[in-house]
Design a protein around this ligand. Structure first.
Ligand code: MRU
Length: 369
């Protein structure tokens, strides 16, 4: 990925010289300030996930993986070690319910810890498993970029080299993973190859992950983009200004129903009405092999209504919160919605592109058939 400065381009790492400290970019401060947060306990890792210092399905999973390593470090060195780690896993799992990557990371760590014999081996198994998760995340995002690039290249050829306009919602960029991201991976791959691309960034109320995070990422990498309000997505599609949509997902069912940031469903409806292809980019770690009906089976997080009734931004060098709704008006803050498989043109995975259907997914992942 192009670098404009020497700041890190990964979202999570182990502190140099002190492997008991995990460091993350504090995404609550972006795009206004770049700050690094130290995580030294499971509870700090859980709080970072809950308060969205780290967010995005992939990064939530990897942070939970490291949170379990921190649990292993702090667990009593006696017969209650495994039990302590198990309970730490429950605390991590309770932070945010929708992204399946979280529970999956915790369960994988529990298995790794249980399988090791001595306490030293258990700690080192948890550390190695967290590192494996990082590497898998990086590899998957790179391969998603390569597969998605084929679609962007095809559109670019059809347009005889004119810019390919890609619309995205929320942030499924490198900030939502360890590196490169999913929805943005084909964009970065195309940009690096010299293909002209332009991204429409839906702002993504209420927390503005599009305007704050995706726009920041693209700006830092020099990728042309424009931020639009969520409600403008339909307008730009209606006026022929969008060639394709790519979003990420927090959980996709085996039948291809896609759960993603609230508003994704409306974007998919507008795409269908305007004949714009709607792709979802995801690592298989976001596939829920047990769920079939996304609308009834995926738990949807409901967050603090204050995020809806207030807005946050920079004023005189300080991040401030202001109320935009009348005092006393109640609000509901549904954080995710489900786009039915029928509205999804294709899934871009680390193993290739498939239809959003049970047959399509099984053709790429036959071991889960
Ligand atoms: O609430 P967030 O910021 O964690 O939600 C992020 C998204 O909805 C992303 O689009 C999603 O995680 C898919 S990409 C990891």
């Amino acid at each position: 990925m192009p670098k404009r400065d020497n700041r890190r381009r990964r979202t999570i790492w182990v502190k140099e010289g002190d492997s008991r400290v995990v460091q993350v970019i504090d995404q609550r401060k972006l795009p206004h300030a770049y700050e690094v947060l130290d995580l030294t306990t499971t509870d700090q890792a859980a709080a970072a996930i809950k308060d969205m210092a780290v967010r995005g399905a992939g990064l939530i999973g990897v942070t939970a993986g490291y949170g379990m390593y921190l649990a292993a470090l702090e667990a009593p060195r006696d017969g209650s070690f495994d039990e302590y780690v198990l309970r730490a896993g429950e605390r991590l799992k309770a932070t945010r319910p929708t992204a399946i990557n979280l529970a999956r990371a915790v369960e994988r760590q529990i298995k790794a810890v249980k399988a090791a014999s001595s306490i030293e081996e258990k700690i080192s198994a948890a550390f190695e498993t967290a590192r494996e998760m990082v590497q898998e995340d990086v590899d998957c995002c790179r391969r998603i970029g390569e597969h998605g690039l084929e679609i962007v290249e095809k559109i670019s050829r059809e347009k005889k080299g004119a810019p390919v306009h890609i619309l995205t919602h929320c942030n499924a960029g490198w900030l939502a993973f360890v590196d490169r991201g999913t929805a943005t991976a084909p964009v970065y791959a195309a940009f690096e190859k010299g293909i002209k691309v332009h991204v429409w960034v839906e702002e993504t109320r209420p927390r503005n992950q599009g305007a704050g995070l995706t726009a920041w990422e693209l700006k830092e990498s020099g990728v042309p983009h424009d931020i639009i309000v969520d409600n403008a997505g339909g307008y730009v599609m209606q006026h022929g200004l969008v060639d394709m949509v790519i979003t990420g997902t927090d959980r996709t069912t085996i039948t291809g129903d896609v759960c993603n940031k609230i508003g994704t469903y409306k974007t998919a409806l507008a795409a269908r009405d305007n004949g714009v292809p709607f792709y979802v980019a995801l690592p298989s770690s976001s596939l829920d092999w047990r769920a079939r009906d996304g609308i009834t089976e995926i738990p949807i997080e409901e967050r603090d209504p204050d995020e809806v009734t207030h807005a946050e931004g920079l004023l005189d060098g300080k991040i401030v919160r202001i109320r935009t709704a009348p005092q006393g008006s109640p609000a509901r803050n549904y954080a995710f919605d489900v786009t039915p498989a029928r509205l999804v043109t294709g899934l871009i995975t680390e193993r290739g592109i498939c239809q959003a259907s049970e047959d399509g997914i099984s053709s790429l992942f036959p071991e889960h058939r």
